[in-house]
Design a protein around this ligand. Sequence first.
Ligand SMILES: Nc1nc2c(ncn2[C@@H]2O[C@H](COP(=O)(O)OP(=O)(O)OP(=O)(O)O)[C@@H](O)[C@H]2O)c(=O)[nH]1
Ligand SMILES: [Mg+2]
Length: 323
Amino acid sequence: VPERVPAAEQFEKAARGDRAALAYLISAVERGGDLGHEVARHATARPQHAFTIGVTGAGGSGKSTLTSALVEHMRDQGCGVAVLAIDPSSPITGGAFLGDRVRMHRHTSDPAVYIRSLATRGAEGGLAIATSRAISVLAAAGWPWILVETVGVGQVDVEVARRVDTTVVVVTPGAGDAVQANKAGLLETADVYVVNKADLPGADQTRRDLETTLHLAHRRPDAWCPPICETIATSGAGVAAMWGCVRSHAEFLESSGVLRARREQRRRGELRDAVLLGLRRYADAIAGSAQWAAIEAEVAAGVRDPEAAAAELLRLTVGVTGR
Ligand SMILES: Nc1nc2c(ncn2[C@@H]2O[C@H](COP(=O)(O)OP(=O)(O)OP(=O)(O)O)[C@@H](O)[C@H]2O)c(=O)[nH]1
Ligand SMILES: [Mg+2]
């Protein structure tokens, strides 16, 4: 672990390719606290020119294999790329990440590839906020392309998936993935669909299911029509075409102004998250006060409406005069 040096200096080192400095900065924002906030402030102040791509889908759909194949393809194209593997499954052992590591191994000696996992669901504000901050650090350290692998079946994971510019949703043949992803609201988030494991039977049916879903869906306000790619991640087949789809979407975002709007929207969301987090902490801090205890006792006794009591507490403590 590098010693405590100012964040600005760590960023200079990280931008020159110092892996330890980069790891230190990401760990800092992952943990949060004063140092994490200092690092996040520096990251925001630095120039950032990264484009972020999320790869999401159900467990076992081939996201890691696909990400690895994509990294290989991007390297052939001369792109430097950082990979964030978001693994909420096991904060203790790192679970699936170890498996990912093995497949990613061939990239680890390449100075233009950086791979890192985030597993701390317990970090302040949760995984989605940690993801945004880690992305910001990577961008501020000069990484031009950032891939984020998430398991995208739960609501929280969909939240994480929304922290990127282009969202790639991976489904597999025959598993009812398309339906499942649709239920989770993931298909609405998708900018590019990938039917991975196209070597297995049922790939055509899955493509048709997706086309039907797309056809039935409301027209997107941004007028982008998400393409459907087929890949065999294990052999790399279809990965070049998929990269082409991602590039097309990136160009669309840029030329239409949607990129700017989306990023602004995302930052608004981050502000809201931070305010909510602050309010929650504040509420925890004052929960033991006499004022709180008195009102709480009335609510507990059933003589006072909880909502009205909450409004009163907010007015008295934060000065909020909501409903
Ligand atoms: N037949 C076939 N198998 C594949 C393909 N892509 C990945 N697999 C296999 O599917 C399994 C899961 O692949 P992963 O890349 O670990 O999937 P994942 O979505 O990252 O899994 P989690 O991170 O655990 O959610 C592995 O055994 C892969 O070798 C493919 O295109 N065809
Ligand atoms: Mg994986």
